[in-house]
Design a protein around this ligand. Structure first.
Ligand code: AMP
Ligand code: MG
Length: 517
């Protein structure tokens, strides 16, 4: 079995894809968090808790063996406006880490210093965004959502100047890759198609096919165990010989439809769903102003810069559809020689997205309600539940968990009676819902039990994430550590869960989030 090591297949595509990037050391790095579970999944050889050299490497102070740091170029529509060149402005790709079983993961340092794409920024990150990304991305993984992950968080011992002077930090981010819709846009739109063929072949091979990258092993695993891995991916191709671009577009559309349906059903608001923040591999990326809704809010929107609510919770499926259309536009020249044929193929793939989303959403919604399926007659029942959450200002997560505990008759073994008030109207509704569940076909016991594994007991609530950040800023990382531990098992009840699970008080409630870059 080969030893795990770094490879650089993306850099081999050619120097128009990246810039070589010398590391920029920081003053006095100290470890905040180390993800032992992820390290073991990656077959990572060292542990920065005992290995100072490794800690220094993850701070960007020295080079890991075989790593060849680069920053990559991309473009993107930001709030609907095309920006012809963005790129890793505060991130450095150390390389692609190949595990013993030959799975390939990008290892990136985020907040590690300026690059040619920093556009006047300092390339650094305050500790707050690093902690937010670590906590929320790892919680998303535990919740079963495909996502980039966090291997380490390190304080830099330096300060960064934003609205105030803040301590700096660096995140080690791991993703199946950092190829974005915006990466395709850069080569299609900004560079007029130069490098596009190579990029499309590369992305397809790396994520959606068992074909080999020249001289490399097949790359089949995504980071999330429940995620889209190429091994189980079905690419329905009507044409007998579809082009790589056509297959890629279909595959990305399918992954993103699945992804956004998972967000919706957790009440997760990404907050900055620009095309450069949509990964081709279908993992969630960019935990900037993201937040989970506490109290149900059909228009939930937290980001301070999203004044029009473009990226509000209800708009996410539509925005992802829009992002897919941008990808389609980029790929048209490669889909078919005849532009009209290419356009019509691209259009038909893009047009499938709403239905793909709907199917994932209905299936997962049925599981959350303990229903075998959702028929047209069930829609009124489901709408009524949402109306009740709205009218009685109920907590989104706890309302669904209440369903799971109610169906399994386990409420008294949970902290719910202490932290969740059940309005009479909800009890009345639940009689109708129980009658409907009695009509379930199939293994009703399994359907009922499964509700406990799709309706989480705890989520990384904004006020708790904020508390972890505030304490860490003042040098106390105990709560940060216990948060990472608690959110690893979101579907089980644990001790002290009345605190972890409850919704925030009015004073605790976080209603605005910031990119914090
Ligand atoms: P984001 O909104 O986080 O996706 O960032 C948008 C763009 O701004 C990306 O190209 C980032 O790399 C860049 N950027 C964000 N923060 C910084 C920073 N502190 N220094 C340099 N570039 C940054
Ligand atoms: Mg981004």
């Amino acid at each position: 079995m080969p030893e795990p090591h770094f490879d650089h297949s993306y850099a081999r595509l050619g120097n128009q894809f990246y810039s070589e990037q010398p590391l920029v050391p920081v003053h006095h790095p100290e470890l905040l968090l180390w993800n032992t579970a992820l390290a073991s999944k990656l077959d990572w050889p060292g542990d920065p808790r005992s290995d100072r050299e490794l800690l220094l490497a993850l701070a960007g102070n020295n080079y890991l063996p075989d790593s060849k740091p680069i920053s990559t170029v991309y473009a993107g529509h930001q709030f609907g406006q095309y920006n012809p060149q963005l790129g890793d402005g505060r991130a450095i790709l150390l390389g692609e880490w190949i595990t013993r079983s030959e799975n390939r993961f990008d290892i990136q340092l985020k907040g590690s210093g300026p690059t040619p794409y920093s556009r006047g920024g300092d390339g650094r990150s305050p500790i707050g965004p690093v902690i937010r990304e670590y906590l929320v991305s790892e919680a998303m993984h535990a919740l079963g959502v495909p996502t980039s992950r966090a291997l380490a968080a390190i304080s830099s011992g330096e300060t960064v100047v934003r609205n105030r002077i803040e301590p700096g930090a660096i995140l080690t981010r791991v993703a199946s890759s950092h190829l974005r819709i915006g990466t395709v846009q850069y080569f299609a739109m900004t560079r007029g198609g130069e490098g596009l063929v190579e990029l499309v072949d590369y992305a397809l091979n790396r994520h959606f096919s068992k074909r080999k990258i020249t001289g490399q092993q097949p790359i089949v695993e995504n980071l999330s165990s429940s995620g889209n891995n190429a091994g189980s991916f079905t690419i329905g191709c009507e044409r007998s010989d579809p082009t790589a671009a056509e297959i890629l577009l279909k595959a990305v559309g399918e992954s993103l439809a699945d992804l956004v349906s998972r967000w919706q059903l957790l009440g997760f608001v990404h907050g900055v769903l620009n095309t450069d923040n949509a990964l081709l591999c279908g993992e969630t990326i960019d935990y900037g102003p993201c937040a989970f809704m506490d109290q149900f809010d059909a228009k939930a929107c937290f980001s301070s810069i999203d004044r029009q609510g473009r990226y509000a919770w209800p708009n996410q499926p539509g925005i992802m559809h829009w992002n897919l259309a941008v990808l389609a536009e980029c790929l048209i020249p490669l889909i078919d020689e005849k532009t009209e044929t290419a356009k019509s193929i691209a259009q038909s793939i893009v047009d499938r997205f709403p239905n793909q989303f709907h199917q994932h959403h209905q299936e997962r919604l049925a599981a959350k309600f303990g229903l075998d399926r959702i028929s047209d007659q069930d829609l009124a029942l489901i709408q009524k539940f949402h109306d009740l959450m709205n009218k009685h200002q109920l907590d989104f997560t706890l309302s669904f968990r209440w369903l799971a505990e109610e169906a399994n008759q386990t409420i008294d073994h949970s902290p719910l009676p202490e932290i969740f008030n059940t309005p009479d109207a909800l009890l009345d509704w639940s009689a109708l819902w129980k009658a409907r569940r009695a009509e379930n076909k199939g293994d009703t016991k399994t359907i009922t039990q499964a509700m406990l594994s799709v309706n989480p007991a705890v989520i990384p609530r904004n006020h708790l994430v904020q508390a972890a950040i505030d304490l860490a800023e003042s040098g106390d990382i105990n709560f940060l550590r216990s948060s990472t531990e608690r959110w690893r098992k979101p579907f089980d009840w644990q001790e002290k869960d009345s605190e972890w699970a409850r919704s925030p008080s009015t004073e605790e409630k976080v209603t605005r989030t910031f990119c914090g870059t």
